[in-house]
Write a protein of this length. Structure first.
Length: 646
């Protein structure tokens, strides 16, 4: 490389990054840039003019481009990720006050648990008891490493940098961060290697991290909590190291134990009105749940005779329902584990399940579609490709889902192979509306079904999270082999024959049996699969039971809800999300149903999806924006049950 001049601009990571680059490319000139504001940072606009190329961390990209545009300067800009990695320090957060970030003994780093405890007015000696493995699991701290690695890989990809090999190397040296925003040398040197590779240069020195001192050790160092450290394969401790950059040689080193750090943090917070201090992490309801559970344990241990004293507001009707604004109503119990941005999420179920699929896809999560179909978008939608993760149409009952697994695996081959429509075309009895024009012959139907089964099997093996919406208890079955259909024979195809087909209304106990069998089969091919159950809030279109449609609807939803509760209680990898309660709850005064008292309004769907994304997902997606986007685009869903209208 010729004597090309580079300006490296970013946060506190930019100076060591510039040093590593200079060591690797000694013939180039690097202007070390530690700069949060172009006008007041080390690198001035004059130096930007001097540089041939700007290496800019993403945290400074907008400011740099704006400064260049304002000055009328054109320069090559190479983006570099700003490393903010919470995987080893999930409890380390920012707290904002009236004039900006609040400073504890560790500069602007705070403990989310300690801050939540202070907000709840817990004394220090009680706050420190919250630092344990049970709390970390409840708060999802053990999930942060995988999510942070995925986020970093995504950030690098957006900067057109390949960090896959580097990240694998960092993990072998874990933990590789001092704090969430202070990487160790191996990380910044790895970024430098990736940048040199992107520049097409051969480095004179490949591993500069052994040559240059770690400049960030003079800043604060957040500990790796021992319970978390075990999962990383390293040792941990509760020792909080404050900044030491101004320490003179021979001065006594200062460090804080867990109790002394929490106590010192309380001293800082006590200078403010609690309403003036905010931490976005505490929007996660799991922190409130952690404090509530602590209060219940304290109440029980104190021997109080009133077991309801000290319970959280959400467990009282007046505080949790009647006095809450409709738009603020939130009945969700946070899951033990959230959905990451790169988790493969598959959906199936009744019509309402399609709202979850749309919201996940629109908000940037990895909605998994195993059966892609044709490239033309109009044709794909017309033929129900992408409506669910595979083209199985509506799966209303637990038995239908259980049989889908068996049919795709070749363990069950129903006698009903094809039904004939009035126009002479054929339909698949188990997904009668996925091919609007029908099939011309049995051979084409079976070819399509075989391809569908291959996609279903791939879905079972590849998904990370399966969201299933329980829709109905009423079903129609074949007398000969018990095959379960989404619609009665004769509605879309085939003919009703009481000697061949029977009506069956499932009990809650039967639903539990069917779903438990399905869970066992799913886990046999995908041992790490997780399941989220919901119950569709949409009333029955029609009932075959000799009852009023409203009482049949009440029975159906009650049985499904009971089954969902029993299933989620029996399996620690199965969660329940209360979409049914959000739509049908009397807190909304019926405003979440349309004029037909059956169709869910866009406002209702938005409320459901806002809470689903808030509680069940993590990452960079914006729950509220995603829910509003879903509403703006309309709520068109495909519902086989509508064919029952007469």
């Amino acid at each position: 490389m010729t004597n090309k001049t580079f300006a490296v601009i970013g946060n506190c990571q930019a100076r060591p990054l510039s040093d590593y680059l200079a060591a690797m490319l000694p013939n180039a000139i690097f202007l070390p840039g530690f700069s949060r504001e172009i006008n007041t940072g080390i690198i001035s606009l004059d130096e930007l003019v001097t540089a041939d190329t700007l290496i800019v961390q993403t945290v400074m990209e907008k400011r740099v481009r704006a400064a260049l545009q304002q000055a009328g300067i054109e320069r090559e800009v190479i983006l570099c990720p700003t490393v903010y990695f919470t995987g080893f320090h999930p409890d380390c957060v920012f707290v904002r006050g009236p004039k900006g970030l609040i400073s504890t003994p560790l500069h602007n780093s705070n403990s989310a648990i300690a801050f939540a405890a202070w907000k709840a007015k817990l004394p220090v000696h009680e706050a420190i008891t919250l630092f344990n493995e049970s709390s970390y699991r409840r708060l999802g701290y053990f999930d942060y490493l995988q999510l942070a690695m995925a986020e970093l890989a995504s950030d690098a990809e957006e900067c057109d940098l390949d960090l896959a090999a580097e990240q694998a190397s960092w993990m072998r040296s874990a933990p590789f961060m001092h704090t969430p925003n202070h990487p160790k040398p191996i990380v910044l040197a790895g970024l430098a290697r990736a940048l040199v590779k992107k520049l097409g240069e051969q480095p004179a020195l490949r591993f500069p991290e052994g040559l240059i001192p770690d400049q960030l050790t003079t800043h604060m160092i957040w500990p790796i909590y021992p319970e978390l450290a075990q999962s990383f394969g390293c040792d941990g401790e509760y020792i909080f190291k404050p900044p030491s950059g101004k320490r003179a040689y021979g001065d006594k080193l200062t460090a804080y134990s867990l109790e002394s750090f929490v106590s010192a943090s309380y001293d800082v917070y006590n200078q403010y009105d609690p309403a003036d201090l905010q931490c976005s992490r505490l929007d996660d309801q799991r922190y409130a749940e952690l404090i509530d559970n602590h209060a219940k344990r304290q109440s029980a241990s104190s021997g109080r005779s009133h077991p309801y004293r000290g319970l959280p507001d959400r467990q009282f009707w007046r505080k949790g329902v009647s006095s809450v604004r409709m738009e603020d109503f939130d009945p969700v119990t946070p899951p033990m584990k959230r959905i990451g941005r790169n988790d493969r999420i598959a959906t199936a179920g009744s019509c309402f399940a399609q709202h979850i699929a749309k919201a996940l896809s629109k908000s940037g999560y990895n909605y998994f579609v195993a059966e892609q179909g044709p490239a033309d978008e109009t044709e794909r939608l017309h033929r129900q490709f992408g409506t669910f993760s595979a083209r199985y149409g509506n799966i209303y009952t637990a038995a239908q889902l259980n049989q889908l697994f068996d049919r795709a695996a070749g363990a069950f081959q129903p006698e009903d192979m094809a039904w004939t429509r009035s126009d002479g075309s054929l339909v698949d009895p188990f997904r009668p509306r996925v091919e609007p024009d029908g099939f011309h012959d049995v051979e084409s139907l079976l070819r399509d079904r075989d391809a569908h089964f291959a996609s279903v099997n791939e879905m079972w093996r590849s998904l990370d999270v399966f969201v299933f919406t329980l829709g109905l208890t009423e079903s129609w079955q074949a007398v000969s082999d018990g095959a379960v259909f989404p619609l009665a024979p004769g509605v879309v195809g085939g003919e009703m024959d009481t000697a061949k087909y029977r009506f069956h209304n499932y009990s809650a106990a039967e639903i539990v049996v069917e779903m438990t069998q399905f869970f066992k089969k799913l886990r046999s091919v995908n041992a790490s699969a997780r399941v989220i159950l919901t119950v569709s809030p949409v009333p029955l279109e029609a009932t075959y039971a000799p009852n009023h449609v409203l009482t049949s609807t009440t029975y159906s939803k009650a049985a499904l809800r009971v089954a969902a509760e029993e299933l989620s209680a029996a399996h620690d990898w199965v969660e329940y999300f209360p979409s049914f309660e959000i739509i049908t709850g009397n807190f909304n005064r019926g405003r979440y149903f349309g004029e037909d008292l059956r169709e869910v309004t866009p406002e209702g769907v938005s409320h459901v999806m806002k809470l689903f994304l808030k509680h069940f997902t993590v990452g960079t997606a914006c729950p509220v924006a995603a829910a509003r986007s879903e509403t703006r685009e309309g709520q068109a869903v495909i519902c086989d049950e509508e064919a029952l209208r007469v």
